[in-house]
Design a protein around this ligand. Structure first.
Ligand SMILES: [Zn+2]
Length: 380
């Protein structure tokens, strides 16, 4: 009986590399035909898994009304706090999909580029490996094709790939000199594809609204037109990059950072609800969500440093390599919050995205990390 049970578990959980080629029992086909990768810049695993940190709800972190912020985000247990901070993430993604990275439960998700800033993190996530030539956020064209560019080179994805991100660096990260699919970096107008009155209005709002952070737009400026563009153009592989969590973080504004996380969670909910309401997407679309890097986590004897280190990230801020990765969709078993599992890395996201579509990215890019364990498996 025990042997039979083990066999059943193995057959049920074996990943889908080389689907059914020589197998006497061919695996059922994957349902995923579309993939959305949403990245929330610099949102720490600490808040994702434990919610607001009471020690950071303070004047040092520009919280003017600590009582009000605590009423909104503070609860007695980590489970309650994270559910109030990111309700969609915890009621839907974590219960129907999988979430890696809760270090308190022996689930470690890491950046491997050793730098822990944005461009190296986006490049590692999208290309599948840490590129030594990308050392920081300098405006250099990404020398390597992203998994989206690779998909776009295949006939069934030609003209069906798009990227939207609240940062002018996304033009360099996706390499718009080479990639041939539309990349909206949140700064200029959206001009590609089928446009609608909402997109035209948002183009005007963008042009007439000052930018608080130079080349980085507010998330709403990107999310609202991106959703409209998605409904009008039905792309099959989409990147969406939201940046406010990082921007408010750098300003050491903890209340605004929490608000940005909650807003991003509402956007994820709106995206997923929209996906399930459109026949071309419903029940055949997978979603991956992750950050580009962690942030500082100093809890040393020096209170001032402990209160401020979360604001920054990079080689001088221990903890910046600690991230989280979530996957939801028709081909991902509902294993929920992953615990006691092998370490996973940011470099596994690109192969996982391809595998959800039944494709092997490592054939094209042998440096890419392996598909995340137990994440891609056809469901009944
Ligand atoms: Zn940053």
């Amino acid at each position: 009986m025990r042997v039979l049970l083990v066999l059943v578990v193995l057959v049920t959980l074996v990943p889908t590399r080389g689907v059914g080629a020589q197998s006497p029992h061919p695996a059922p086909a994957l349902k995923t035909r579309n993939v959305f990768l949403v990245m929330l810049d610099g949102l720490r695993w600490q808040e994702v898994f434990s919610g607001a940190d009471e020690a950071l709800i303070s004047k040092e972190n520009h919280v003017a009304d600590a009582d009000a912020v605590k009423r909104t985000y503070w609860r007695d247990t980590p489970e309650e706090r994270r559910a109030v901070l990111m309700p969609f993430f915890w009621t839907t993604i974590a219960s129907q999909g999988q979430v890696f990275g809760n270090r308190y439960k022996a689930s470690e998700a890491d950046v491997t580029n050793g730098i822990g800033v944005s461009y190296p993190g986006y490049a590692e996530t999208l290309c599948g490996f840490a590129e030594p030539a990308i050392k920081g956020n300098s405006k250099v064209w990404n020398p390597n094709p992203t998994v989206l560019e690779w998909l776009h080179g295949q006939p069934e994805f030609r003209g069906r790939v798009a990227a939207f991100g609240a940062w002018d660096m996304f033009s360099y990260i996706f390499n718009t000199e080479r990639c041939e699919f539309p990349v909206d970096n949140g700064c200029g107008p959206i001009t590609c594809g089928k446009l609608t009155p909402v997109i035209e209005t948002m183009n005007r709002v963008r042009a007439e609204t000052p930018y608080r952070w130079g080349g980085a737009a507010f998330d709403s400026m990107v999310f609202i037109p991106a959703m409209e563009w998605i409904r009008a153009n039905k792309p099959r592989a989409v990147f969406l990059g939201l940046g406010e969590t990082d921007e408010w973080g750098h300003e050491c504004r903890y209340g605004d950072y929490l608000n940005a996380a909650t807003r991003a969670d509402r956007y994820l909910q709106e995206l997923w609800t929209t996906i399930q309401s459109i026949p071309e997407y419903a029940d055949q679309t997978s979603l991956i969500v992750c950050p580009d890097h962690g942030r500082g986590d100093v809890r040393g004897p020096e209170p001032a440093q402990a209160h401020r280190d979360w604001c920054n990230h990079g080689p001088r801020h221990p903890g910046s390599d600690a991230i989280w990765i979530a996957v939801l969709g028709p081909d991902t078993p509902a294993l929920g919050e992953r615990m006691n599992c092998p370490r996973v890395t940011q470099s596994q996201v690109a192969s996982t995205l391809a595998a959800l579509l039944g494709k092997d990215f490592q054939v094209a890019e042998p440096r890419a990390g392996a598909v995340l364990p137990w994440v891609v498996h056809p469901q009944k």
